[in-house]
Ligand binder design. Sequence first.
Ligand SMILES: [Fe+2]
Ligand SMILES: [Fe+2]
Length: 200
Amino acid sequence: MHNNKLKYDVPFTEDFMREHGILNRVLLIYDNIVDKIHHHVDFNVETLEKAVDIIRLFIEGHHERLEEDYIFPLFEKHKKHLDLIQVLKEQHIKGREITAHLKAICVQGIVDNKHKFLIQHYVTEFVTMYRPHEAHEDTQIFPLVRSFMTEEEFKKLGDLFEEFEHQLFGPHGFVHMLKNLDDMEKELEIDDLHQFTPVD
Ligand SMILES: [Fe+2]
Ligand SMILES: [Fe+2]
């Protein structure tokens, strides 16, 4: 009984880091698409659009909204990492702009050389910005959140975030998204973790 409870009681800061795991897997997909463009290998624009949609709906529309509405204001209130918070907020805005460009290209469904160049440009900008962005949140932001509130407040906020996620994506939304990612990785042939291990 006790173990079962523990199993489901994931602190929300851990949830945020798990969402960064999702973001990282999309960045890996983005990397692969840039690589394919670079080597003149064809790719399915619908696959890119699915990846863009995960960023658009789940990362920007949910994860970052919570950071902006609940996490960053805590740091502003306690006057901690103010410069960093400012940069993180600016990067969210820039990220949404890049994602909107990518979505617009995908919606057209045409992948000629001009579009390939633009995809490469925007995807590279996004990956370059988001790797350090999430690394700083994981190491400087999330570990401090708990120190700004009581255990009860922390638990309540976690419940609220969970409710938001269920409202937006349904109780199985996260699992479906993982399945989507698995399928995209299979299609792009980056699904075997072993392939990233260097061969001596
Ligand atoms: Fe962020
Ligand atoms: Fe984040």
